[in-house]
Design a binder for this molecule. Structure first.
Ligand code: BTN
Length: 322
């Protein structure tokens, strides 16, 4: 792949060397360089020395597919604009798109959040992706897939930032909000098509605010929102983040299949910002206050109420009281 060759070369690489290595004509090399430039790659050209990559775009499908080694992300479907990557993923899964395929969009016109909310999805800079899974687990364990994705996202950002500057202390707020200093920068929406005893298709939708400026968000969400950019001096590339998330999802999915739920639940607890804290949870029309004591084997929150009884909650909005 021409982009890999340019990335591997420190200085210039000649058109002739590329054409030999790729087994294509020099005119074809030139055409490929032109296409890459159109996609946002900055490539210096010199008649004497050849070509040198000086800047890469923040996201590129070519680069992503060059990094991916496993099944998750082996197939990538990219959209400049789409209603919702989750909707499209479900549609394409029904038409045969298989386990591990990922859909990525630059912007969503009808991005969906949890509890029927809208996920604001402006273009150029954030991550909107959906991973199709055909998991060998029972419908009642579907929440484990969201837990798996939340762990993969939190650890991806932690690991990339630790290489890059100071590790960002990403936490997971129950159920699966990705948090930095008590503000949300990402969320996960898992949707499933079920048979009575198996998950036919699970679509794991991930939205991450990478470059958004929270001031540009509507008033009701901006106070509680943040983006990675707000916490970093040097931006992270979306390509790298997505690649790291997919690698992590594959790792944790395999662990779930081979070793069961315990390793996931333990990791989730380590990353949790919620357990042990006094919280208020709105679930449907009800609101409960208590101590977030634990999550159970299915990822439900176990809330210790003032009456000292435990309330098991499967979905809701959680606010910290202290
Ligand atoms: C949440 O409310 O916390 C979940 C947000 C999930 C948003 C992502 S963006 C990609 C995928 N497509 C959607 O329509 N939603 C999810």
């Amino acid at each position: 792949m021409i982009i890999k060759m340019l990335q591997k070369t420190e200085g210039f690489i000649s058109g002739e060397e590329m054409s030999k290595k790729l087994g294509i004509t020099r005119a074809a090399v030139w055409k490929k360089i032109r296409t890459l430039r159109a996609k946002g790659y900055k490539i210096k050209g010199s008649t004497a020395k050849g070509y040198k990559l000086t800047e890469s775009p923040d996201f590129s499908v070519e680069e992503l597919s060059g990094i991916i080694k496993g099944t998750f992300g082996a197939q990538i479907v990219y959209f400049e604009s789409i209603d919702s990557t989750n909707n499209k993923a479900m549609e394409l899964a029904e038409k045969g798109l298989g386990h591990g395929a990922v859909l990525i969009a630059d912007t969503q016109l009808k991005g969906k959040g949890r509890l029927g909310r809208t996920w604001i999805s402006p273009p150029k800079g954030n991550i909107y992706m959906s991973v199709i899974l055909k998991p060998e687990i029972q419908p009642k364990d579907g929440t484990l897939l969201t837990i798996m994705a939340a762990i993969a996202c939190a650890k991806a950002v932690r690991s990339l930032t630790s290489k890059h500057s100071e590790e960002l202390q990403v936490k997971i707020k129950w159920p699966n909000d990705l948090m930095l200093l008590n503000k949300k920068f990402g969320g996960i929406l898992t949707e499933m098509r079920l048979d009575p005893d198996r998950i036919v298709t699970a679509v794991i939708g991930i939205g991450i605010n990478v470059n958004i400026i929270p001031d540009s968000l509507p008033a009701d969400v901006k106070a509680a929102a943040t983006s990675l950019k707000e916490h970093l001096e040097k931006p992270l590339s979306r390509t790298q983040i997505i690649a790291e998330i997919l690698k992590g999802m594959e790792y944790w999915h395999e662990k779930l299949i081979k070793q069961g739920r315990q390793p996931l639940l333990e990791e989730w607890k380590k990353l949790s910002s919620t357990l042990g804290r006094k919280v208020r949870v709105s679930a449907g029309n009800e609101t409960f206050t208590g101590i977030a004591e634990d999550i159970d084997d299915e990822g439900m929150l176990l809330l210790r109420l003032p009456s000292n009884t435990i309330k098991r909650i499967n979905a809701g909005d959680l606010t910290f009281l202290i």
